[in-house]
Design a protein around this ligand. Sequence first.
Ligand SMILES: [Cu+2]
Length: 157
Amino acid sequence: MKIDLPRYEKIWITFGIGTLAAFLIIIGVMAFTMDLHPPGDNRTIIPEAISITPPFDKPGLYPSGSRNYKAAIVAKTFTFLPTEMRIPAGSTVHFEVTSPDVVHGLMIPGTNVNMLVVPGRITQFTYTFKHKGNYYLICNEYCGSGHQLMASRLIVE
Ligand SMILES: [Cu+2]
């Protein structure tokens, strides 16, 4: 069967299908090679009980192997706990973050660490810090009058 389409119709159909294919390829490459994907786990926590629920009762950086750390971070108005962490260069940090109050964000400029921190949920992400320097954990979800003060520091030495 031969469908006789006008020339411009063929061009637009080709353009539409081509654009769709390009987007699907870009999303596929990003998902599989850059490990970008929506959070797939549903670890929950009672926001009112964060101060008595391990590991968030003692926020901090805990070694979990050689050059491996687990960071238990509480994001709350208007600070991150702990306020400072130190790791040697080449270390892998598994972040576990939660909030007792409102929705916060946790992003580290210069890396692909970018998490949405929702009360009642534990957001997780793993990143390897290859280069020395000062990294700042900043809140990128507007959370109130002190939002711009919300930051803590990760020193890679
Ligand atoms: Cu915040």
